[in-house]
Design a protein around this ligand. Structure first.
Ligand code: 5RP
Length: 226
């Protein structure tokens, strides 16, 4: 199977799992990216099985609405039953790097609210240690150079993702050369303390609850390693 077929396979598995968790009153959280798009397209066949969706980006909201799925503001959702999203890297603790699609802040907010965070990915995303994928950091535009200098002090090599403005009107620095990250939780905390950082793409302080990984041998279900 090529990578696209793997993404479709894992999206199909996640739809089955989601259907086992939701009811017609449920609000489903939906992530961003090509794997999340596969999930959206397959979930659309079951749009009467839940009440509405909360999306982690304007792009996903538009795709959901295109399928006739109601999209509501997070503030209007009393509860999110389940949140499904992709990742750029995942380790055995189910700590992630996310934000390749620049949606990390809204993704982290929806993750914080959801009762369960289900990550879906193809096997190329599975790593022993995080950090080969450059870590996205969303910054307030006027703080970009300051944040970049602070990231250099932490051993990183930040690169401004020019021509990208996030859905929140901010900018992205991609931090290279962090590999291998010894403690993603410690680094997530440290980077978030830099003035001007909105958030960073480590999802380690709150990791995924379950990961469905598409491999050539089939879908493998991972739970966080203790
Ligand atoms: C977007 C994300 C995506 O989940 C991540 O980039 C993975 O994307 P894809 O499924 O296209 O590989 O974090 O901000």
């Amino acid at each position: 199977m090529d990578q696209n077929q793997l993404k479709l396979a894992v999206a199909a598995a996640a739809v089955e799992y989601t259907l086992s968790k939701i009811n017609p009153d449920s609000i489903v959280g939906i992530g961003t990216g090509s794997t999340a798009n596969c999930f959206i397209d397959l979930l659309a066949e079951h749009k009467n099985s839940f009440q509405a969706a909360v999306a982690s980006s304007d792009a996903s909201a538009e795709r959901l609405r295109g399928h006739g799925i109601e999209v509501i503001e997070l503030n209007a959702a009393a509860e999110i039953t389940i949140y499904i999203d992709g990742a750029d890297e995942a380790n055995p603790h189910l700590e992630l790097i996310k934000g390749g699609g620049a949606a990390l802040t809204r993704e982290k907010i929806v993750t914080a609210v959801a009762n369960e965070f289900v990550c879906i990915a193809d096997e190329s995303k599975w790593v022993d240690f995080l950090g080969q994928f450059p870590l996205p950091v969303e910054v307030i535009p006027m703080a970009r150079s300051h944040v970049a200098r602070e990231l250099v002090k932490l051993g990183g090599d930040p690169v401004w993702r020019e021509n990208v403005i996030t859905d929140n009107g901010n900018q992205i620095l991609d931090v290279h050369h962090l590999y291998p990250v010894a403690s993603a939780q410690a680094l997530e905390e440290k980077i978030n303390q830099i003035t001007g950082v909105v958030t960073n793409g480590f999802f380690a302080l709150k990791a995924a609850d379950v990961l469905f990984l598409a491999t050539q041998q089939g879908i493998v279900t991972h739970y966080p390693k203790a």
